[in-house]
Design a protein around this ligand. Sequence first.
Ligand code: NOJ
Length: 730
Amino acid sequence: MIDELISKMTLEQKAAQMIQVPVAMVGMEKAKEWARKGVGSFLHVLGDDARELQRIAVEQSELKIPVVFGIDAIHGHCLNRNATIFPSQLAMASSWDRDLVRRVGHATAAEVATDGLHWTFSPVLCLGRDARWGRINETFGEDKYLAGELGASIIKGYQGDDLSADDSVLACAKHFIAYGEATGARDAYDTEVTYRKIKDEFLPPFKKAVEAGCATFMTAYGSVDGTPFTIDRKTLHNILREELKFDGFLITDWDNVNALIRRQRVCDNIGDASALAAKAGNDMIMCSTEFYEGIIEQVRSGKIEEKYLDEAVRHILTIKLRMGLFEKPDKKGVPGSIGCEAHRKTSLEAARKSITVLKNDGILPVNKKNIRRIAVIGPNADDIRAQYGDWTYFTHPVPGRFTEPQRPYVTLLEGIKESLKDSDIEVAYAYGCSVNGRGYYKGDYPDTGAFMEQVYQDNSHDNDGSKEMPYINEAAEIAKKADLIILALGDNYNQAGEYNDRADLNLSGMQEALVRILSTMKIPIITVLISSKPLAIPQIVNWSDAVVCAFNGGMYGGQAASEAIFGDFNPQGRLPISFPVMTGQVPVYYNQFPGWHEGRYVDCPKEPLFAFGEGLSYTWYEYSNLKFDKETKTVSVDVSNKGSVKGVETVQVYIDDVVSSVMTAVKNLAGFDKVELEPGQTKTVSIKLEDDSFSVVLPDETRVIEPGEFVIMAGHSSKDEDLIKLSVEL
Ligand code: NOJ
């Protein structure tokens, strides 16, 4: 059928099929023209507008090929304000829970499909190694194995077993490849990588995405040794298609083809840019609609053979066929699923499992009997926009839709009040200071235009502390009368996401000053970090009796943090990313090479503030009896709950390849599993390791296992003191 269809297509129809039009940018009237022309895809359009465009495509275009609709449903179908908002990908990664992440993907798919859409541009499989990067919140953290495991899980959740099912949407593994490696963590900047490094460090999660059946991939903005990925056939074709055997379709990122001219300056006209992008192996072109004229002109003038277009169209139509689009152009979805009770329950579960306790001097869980008055203080205690983070209807408003927060959601302040509703404990609240250092601002959620204006203003850096003093004073007043302070600090939606990289990872505005003042009162402080990323907060950690990391916890992030504080559940989160002591220490990811001078600065400790895999529980665990079966490459270890409450431990296995012909990291995560243990209980946990975990990529870019000594480590975190070790010869 596909061959027959392609044989009927004119050059114009093939070019149109390769284009994805941004409806929010061009408007509905232009979009309708594209639908009549036989465009391949639209993005950023929802509900009835999407259905109308589909109707036009299947009724009024010549070949009646249905359109595939894409959307950034990054942590839930968050551009729809009625949808379930899940914790950010980074927050969810703290759960280290494959099944949970799969269920989040499945719930998101049902909601996206119910809005008439077919495709989410998720997951991000770039590694989050430099916390200055604005898009850290979109990653599964700094480790390739964890990112690959959770990435494969969410892809299976989005797509299910059958792309034509009503509750299945296409996943998109992005950004291919090494987008997270932009120099200085400046978003979409140049990348300093080599092919060997790409294959060794950045390809593994994408390989797992292909193995999980991911139907689409997205090309990154960056470059390899001076060649933009958009025109690099070696990555897009040789590696992706020939080595990984990817059989879906590949879309560029936003305006990549025009960027070849305007930003990356490797050509000076749209014809050349279009031909280069098509020859490299991009099947669909996002936003650069000039590609249409450009590629037609290039084929007509003999500069590119039409077979490249045939190949691209074949990839696109094959997926459309597998989706059953030709019979059912409108996804039915699961009526009633948008924001439904069952999905909200999953969101709450995800928020709870994401909560990571980083410090506890014994104050957690808080014993309500010892407390009469709690002061809840801080800019993020009652700001749902900070709690949600990036990629929601606040940060990416779809024209004509609202930015006013939609209930239900629970902020930390609301969660604490709920947790204490049956007690005599009084709760007093003060805003304390703003995140941006620009004085108190509580948005009244204006229309989208005014809202974006406010975002730009908030992004300016005039840090005028004097405006904050009345709020700091107010906070100090209520703190004085309390016997416990719960602080909610962090960042805001305008410090996260594209364009929003940070040069400084300290708490912004007057937040640190606020804590300094409160810390002089000698009242216990519990700090809850509601942020898009790790921040450099050694002082805050010193001044706090406990630190709880919630990242962007989604609609129930506040409830989950409060429940953890009062011991309604035993937290099980483990960091998917390291926290730096100070900004200059980044990148501080755990799996670096040993280095000659211990990798330390004279003015900063070598170790991160908190390491990958770290996270406290209200119990503690002991590891013993580590074994390794060479035949099956299976690690087994006994894990005991030594405390007096039930807990869930994340058993982490690392490998050190002691001598190899290329340099390797001091250790690499090779496996993990979660185990629930009653007080006093011991279980043997067995984890089968993959061959790839023992391998290295040689200078000729082949992956091999080199015989010799490997140290197998198992334990509670990536820190040496948390691991027991076993040396084996392979
Ligand atoms: C650009 C971003 O880099 C990408 O992740 C996103 O999916 C597209 N814009 C579409 O919004």
